[in-house]
Design a protein around this ligand. Structure first.
Ligand code: GLA
Length: 374
């Protein structure tokens, strides 16, 4: 083949001869996902260079799908959820959603701040759970593609919403890195003293969503203590040593190994539904947990800046929900690792504080890192 010098030079410009070319990033895909209260809702799909793919909607900031490879490189969607928006609108136990203003429970749906008692919506018996009847999981967030692999969601929660004081401006950024991590950065600012505790409520099944229960998964949690609960799943205030109990995951243990034990705390939770006091005290990003699914070889590591981790084994799933691909979600078909401040902290002065004052910024980061053992 013969090229003129000009044509060769032109090809060089196009191909970037000489300089080593970085592969072009795969762009984020944006598709309509439906409407909520007249507002359009989108589905954003981010793919990394290793073919990991996540789809996130700005309705509730829900992680709709997350496809990760097994040891043969075969992708499976490892989070529970629905194929379309309708599934989410029909009601579900917080699949993949951003939880706020307060992740987990606040006893008797009230707390006192600056001498004022605030009454929240009681949506879990007499208690307040996951932000109330219309928490951050059910609102339409503003979305912005911050980078090819970064989706920034923002929402301003009004003073008095679900009973909480202060206008709270919240920002959640999802980043899918080329290191196979889904990174979630949360930040918030208020104009009046308030409380904040944000998390993500993804239900994982590393064998694939709907592919049986999670009892065969192996779990390690870097926590020597956990917060035992009462009948309403409110922490008693005790920080109990996990060592020598069915709550000890300091060394990797199979979830199903001890879940059926006649243990008072397991009975109250109908399985694991407890907050772990992470050994890393919170503040810097630190390894919190690791989960391995032996058949597929898929692994997930959880890193967080938070002091706590709610380990929930999908105890309330009961087969009444049919999810993606027509698969039925039965009890223990998914597990959650919700990074957080401890439940009921607003009423437990001895727990790390969840108070946010004007002029300060709440910030929190959690990373879910995926790999496959060979
Ligand atoms: C959290 C709680 C559970 C349950 C689920 C949602 O993980 O700790 O008790 O409410 O959310 O069903």
């Amino acid at each position: 083949m013969h090229y003129s010098i000009a044509a060769a030079a032109m090809l060089c410009v196009l191909a970037g001869c000489g300089a080593k070319q970085e592969p072009r990033p795969i762009l984020m895909k944006k598709e309509p996902f439906g409407t909520v209260e007249g507002k359009p809702v989108e589905l954003y799909t981010i793919t990394n260079k290793n073919n990991l793919e996540t789809a996130i909607t700005n309705y509730g900031g829900i992680v709709v799908s997350l496809k990760t490879p097994d040891r043969q490189g075969k992708l499976a969607d490892v989070v529970l959820g629905f194929d379309n928006l309708d599934g989410y609108l029909k009601g579900h136990p917080y699949f993949g959603a951003i939880i706020g203003r307060y992740g987990n429970r606040i006893a008797k749906a009230k707390f006192t701040l600056g001498g004022v008692e605030y009454k929240l919506v009681a949506n879990n018996g007499e208690n307040h759970l996951h932000g109330g009847t219309k928490g951050f999981d059910k609102v339409v967030w503003s979305a912005r593609e911050k980078a090819h692999n970064q989706l920034e969601l923002s929402y301003t929660s009004k003073d008095g919403e679900e009973g909480y004081p202060g206008n709270l401006a919240v920002r959640v950024t999802y980043t899918l890195t080329d290191n196979n991590e889904l990174k979630i950065d949360y930040s918030a600012a208020t104009d009046k003293e308030t409380i904040v505790n944000l998390t993500n409520h993804s239900y994982f099944n590393l064998a694939g969503a709907g592919e049986g229960n999670i009892l065969g998964h192996e779990v390690l949690i870097r926590a020597a203590r956990f917060t035992p609960v009462d009948e309403g799943l409110i922490p008693t205030g005790e920080l109990r040593a996990a060592k020598g109990t069915v709550f000890d995951f300091i060394y990797p243990r199979i979830i199903g190994e001890r879940i059926g034990t006649n243990d008072q705390q397991l009975i109250l939770g109908k399985g694991y539904d407890h907050n772990y006091v992470l050994n890393a005290a919170g503040g810097a990003l630190a390894a919190a947990a690791r989960v391995r699914e032996p058949n597929s070889g898929r692994m997930m590591e959880v890193l967080t800046t938070e002091p706590g981790l709610q380990f929930y084994t999908g105890n309330f799933l009961d087969g009444s929900i049919t999810g993606k691909g027509g698969k039925v979600y039965r009890q223990r078909y998914g597990f959650c690792m919700e990074t957080q401040h401890f439940p009921d902290s607003p009423n437990k002065p001895e727990f790390p504080s969840v108070v946010l004052t004007p002029g300060k910024t709440y910030s929190s980061t959690t990373v879910y890192r995926f790999s496959a053992e060979q």
